[in-house]
Structures are given as structure tokens and as C-alpha cells.
Write a protein that binds this ligand. Sequence first.
Ligand code: ATP
Ligand code: MG
Length: 291
Amino acid sequence: MTTDYNTKYGNDLCLTDRHTQEFGYDNSQRVVAVANQKGGVGKTTTAINLATALTAVGRRVLIVDADAQGNASTGLGIAPSDRRQTTYDLLSGVDAIPMATAIPGLEIIPATVDLSGAEIELIDAEHRERRLKSALDRIATGYDLILIDCPPALGLVTLNALVAADEVLVPLQCEFFALEGLSLLLNTVERVRDTYNSELKVSGIVLTMFDKRNRLSREVVADVRDVMGDTVYDTVIPRNVRVSEAPSYGKPVMLHAFQSSGAQAYVHLAGEMLRRERDERPATETMKGAA
Ligand SMILES: Nc1ncnc2c1ncn2[C@@H]1O[C@H](COP(=O)(O)OP(=O)(O)OP(=O)(O)O)[C@@H](O)[C@H]1O
Ligand SMILES: [Mg+2]
């Protein structure tokens, strides 16, 4: 069973990216905010594992840890004492140099608890909602993808992420209240689009912590697909103990237990993301790339 997953999803991802490189689709930098104001829905897990899967096919990825809990930093093995240049610096107008991680092609701007002060310190600051965007424009060049791991709130830090991003990726946990709060997030995205960032779009919803033995889980998947249609990724991330134990090893589950259903689902999600990227490019660009 595991081997089937592996072969299916592994090949899927490799083929998709080979296609992508051959046809020159991958020449622009995407900035994706991984956001949901609900806590514990899989934002950080999704950011880390999607990033790892994409580096495996040659993408250069930067994770911006925009949560004072610093879970993305911990999950990638960055000890608190090593977090010297952080997302807090970027919001304060000080440049930070991204750090290497143990994963080739994956860099991070880590976070510490200092970031919790930013919400208040920035209240009267000039261009307070554009701080992160301005900083990333200066320092984050040469990446194919920047993933911003947002905190579980719709405060000023998340606003900065939404202003800096081209897209929002929303993890939704397969639980009874999954859709609760989604309309608030979608309204926020709409307001940011109207006011600060006309290009912003919700590019995907990913269902997480799916339990196939649980009828409720299956109903939630059906409901969310009903309401949100094609925005929802086909890939559903299963609840898997390997995923939950990986952060304590300072590793993405992709490296901790590659054969696990959780890791393989993230490989599949990355493949789907690349396929969507390819399919969304205008035909003329496709032709140009191929020429
Ligand atoms: N597919 C999964 N299977 C099992 N456990 C999971 C899965 N995805 C995430 N978890 C666990 O659930 C918890 C919450 O996940 P995560 O930290 O990714 O959510 P989050 O939305 O970033 O949380 P927060 O809002 O606090 O930032 C973590 O302990 C994580 O290891
Ligand atoms: Mg998190």
C-alpha cells in the first residue's frame, strides 16, 4: 500500500516538474500566504511539507515564519538561540538575511516570541501593513516560491502577509466547524484586495487531518467541496501520527517518515500545485516557453 502511494505520488511530482522545467513555466516568483485564523488546522505543517516536497524537484523556496510561536522554525530544526535575524526585524524595517535549513534549496526567515510585540508596536507606524512586502521586495530574490506561515489571527501580522502575497492557501481541518470562520477569512481577503493588493486571490483550500474511518470527516470533505468547488485541492491530507511527531525531531514528515501516508499526501499536494500552475499559464506563455 505504502509502495503504491510512493510510486504513484512520487512519479506524479517528478513528471509534473520535469514537464514544468522543459516547458519553461517556472520563471516567476510566487508568494503564498498559508493562512487561517483558526488555530491548529495544519498551516505550519502544510507550509513546511509543501516547501520540502517542492525543493525535492528543484524549486528554490523561502519560508517566512510569521508566527511568534515559531513552529515553522522549530519544525525545520532551527534552535531559538540561532534565530538572530527574524521576521520581527523585517516588520521593524530592518533587513534580515534568510537562513539555510538542513534541506537543500529551502531557506527560512525564522520567528521568535519578539514577533508578538509587533502587533502593538506597529499600530502607529507608517505603512504598517506594507512592512513585510517592502522587506521581501528588498531581500527575497531568487526564490521560485515564498511561503508565509501565518499566525492563528487576523491581526496586523497576517495583514502584512496578505499584502505581501499573490495568493492565499487555506488549510481547513476536517472537523465539524471546518467552514466556520472561512467566510471571515474570505471577507478579509476581499477587503485586502480592494484596499491594498488588487492581485490577491485564494488559490487553494487544502483539507487536513482527514480520518477515513470517521463519517464526519467524510461529510466535511463533501460539504467543503460543495461550497468551495474547484478551489479545494483534490489531495486530502490524512491524520497521521508520523506527521504529528515529526516536529519534535526538527524535521518535516517528508524527511522523518517519507513512506508515511502523511508525507506521501504532501508529495501529492505539491504535484497538484505544480499541475495547477502549469494549467493556469496562458497558452501564449506556454508556447513561448516551449520555443
Ligand atoms: N495530518 C496530520 N496528522 C496528524 N497530526 C497533524 C497533522 N497535521 C498537523 N498535525 C498536528 O496538529 C497540530 C497543529 O498543526 P499545525 O501546527 O500545522 O497547525 P497550525 O494551523 O499551524 O497551528 P497554529 O494555528 O497554532 O499555528 C500540530 O501538533 C501538528 O503536528
Ligand atoms: Mg502554525
